[in-house]
Design a protein around this ligand. Structure first.
Ligand code: GLU
Length: 505
């Protein structure tokens, strides 16, 4: 069997959208599943759309996701260079071949002439395309003598080379996700392949590189489906075998239809880029999944299930499990709706499954960076373990656990009004006495003591516990009270109760 070789071929025109990350991911999973290779090729032939920093951003994003390439500009490989601007000189010969075998022609139409043709069509309620019909009357080598073409070229007149789409034929194609597709050639336009500045366009460079790099499967977004007939024709015209094609479904906005855009993210408050991106032209910052506190494993897991399903109820997959389970047969044809709540759910699942010491270390590092509290990894670990079920992100731990690291400096007025009763101080004083006599300050023992004491005194459990929580936490929130007390320790617990009694006098 032919070796499986796939490529991810982004254009460095800005940050990589999460749809692009998913394309890279599916290519990666497909390659690894089939013992194949995945190549990163940078498609930067359109210099007018070049954005500084974008290539670096793409490489860093994919690396964060754990998508590793077998061949790329960075890791090298036998089919390089892997950046199209470094391959510039390779394309002209194929353009010449297409010109020589009659599959391409020179076009000298000026921008003004094409505009006029477009306007003319609009007046007749038609859409202008440069095709088998219109090319008969436009300024191109099909309508000129060889001498005229030569003389224009010699004079250095600007030109483009266009592909000559065959007239009146049905183009039949197979897509691994969409099945058989038929397109009539008269609906296609004669796309530009090459420009007089010596640069190929996307279409030519893409085909030539896929061929030279021995790509077996082209797996890319649905937005490239309209280019597939042209690409199939180009392979044929160059006498090459076409690779297999698979066009992935679009990522749709959470509400309504249409492609998920950066605007949807801004509007609904979630990132559409893997990493934070600062636009070099405007300085505008767009949020990223990494900086928003997502684990790459959770992000990848979520993306994998947007358009592909394993055919079972399983939702949590490590990268290795994804590789094992992935197949193009289970990729859907219709668009996949992005669901931000589900994305957070995935992060929660990964967070609660982290080994306790790892989560503790992450929280400790977050605390050191963001809060001026003195604590230890051990203590941060215990706190994180106690409250992790309540949060989706490491940075959310603080809001649920600040009281472990700093004693209350004030007491929530509403709660005081509701919970601090006339006899509360007396009850709390009784309690400190009992607590101070304890040896084993475990949460079980504290629970037992509280229970017995309240029973004996026939105190209302709600009233006592709420008052106690107020003194320890400063408000009415937090996990199980005995667990809080155990973590604070006997001394700190008693100290907080005493200070509270004094303050609320
Ligand atoms: N350079 C194209 C892009 O930016 C690649 C399309 C393809 O995979 O053929 O999406």
């Amino acid at each position: 069997m032919k070796e499986i070789r796939v490529r991810f071929a982004p254009s460095p025109t800005g940050p990589l959208h999460i749809g692009g990350v998913r394309t890279a991911l599916y290519n990666y999973l497909f390659a690894k599943k089939n013992n194949g290779k995945i190549i990163l090729r940078i498609e930067d032939t359109d210099q007018t759309r070049f954005v500084p920093g974008a290539e670096h951003y793409i490489v860093e994003s994919l690396d964060w996701c754990g998508i590793r390439f077998d061949e790329s500009d960075l890791v090298g490989g036998a089919f390089g260079p892997y950046r199209q601007s470094d391959r510039k000189t390779m394309y002209k010969q194929y353009c010449d071949l297409l010109l020589a075998n009659g599959n391409a022609y020179y076009a000298f139409d000026t921008v003004e002439e094409l505009d006029a043709a477009r306007k003319d069509c609009e007046q007749h309620k038609k859409i202008f395309i440069y095709n088998s019909e219109s090319r008969k009357t436009l300024r191109n080598s099909l309508n000129m003598s060889v001498e005229e073409v030569d003389s224009r070229l010699k004079k250095g007149e600007p030109f483009v080379v266009r592909f000559c789409i065959p007239e009146n034929t049905e183009i039949e194609m197979t897509d691994l996700i969409r099945g058989n597709i038929k397109v009539h050639s008269n609906t296609l336009d004669d796309k530009v392949l090459f420009k007089s500045d010596g640069m190929p366009t996307y279409h030519l460079a893409n085909i030539v590189d896929d061929h030279l790099m021995k790509i077996s499967h082209v797996i890319r977004g649905e937005e490239w489906l309209p280019s597939m007939p042209l690409h199939i024709l180009l392979y044929k015209a160059l006498g090459w075998e076409a690779p297999n094609f698979a066009h992935l479904p679009l990522l749709l906005k959470p509400d309504g239809n249409g492609k998920l855009s950066k605007r949807d993210g801004d509007r609904l408050g979630f990132p559409v880029f893997p990493l934070q991106w600062t636009d070099p032209a405007t300085g505008l910052v767009s949020s990223g999944y990494r900086e928003s506190g997502y684990y790459p494993e959770a992000f990848v897991n979520m993306l994998a299930l947007l358009g592909w399903n394993p055919g079972t109820d399983q939702e949590l997959f490590s990268m290795d499990e994804l590789i094992e389970a992935f197949s193009l047969e289970r990729v859907g044809k219709s668009g996949a709706k992005f669901d931000h709540e589900k994305t957070k759910w995935f992060n929660h699942q990964y967070l609660i499954r982290k080994p306790e010491n790892e989560l503790g270390k992450e929280y400790f590092e977050w605390l050191s960076l963001n809060k001026k509290v003195s604590t230890t990894v051990e203590f941060a670990t215990k706190v994180a373990a106690l409250i992790k079920e309540r949060v989706n992100f490491v940075h959310e731990l603080w809001n649920e656990s600040f009281f472990f690291f700093e004693p209350p400096v004030s007491y929530d007025e509403q709660v005081v009004k509701k919970r601090w009763k006339e006899n509360s101080a007396e009850q709390m004083r009784e309690l400190t006495k009992l607590l101070s006599e304890m040896h084993d300050f475990s949460s079980e023992k504290i629970d037992a003591l509280l229970h017995d004491w309240m029973n004996e005194k026939t105190y209302s459990m709600g009233a006592v516990m709420n008052a106690l929580r107020l003194l320890l936490v400063g408000t009415s929130k937090g996990p199980h009270l005995a667990a809080i007390m155990m973590l604070l320790g006997k001394q700190e617990t008693i100290k907080r109760i005493e200070i509270g009694i004094e303050t609320l006098k």
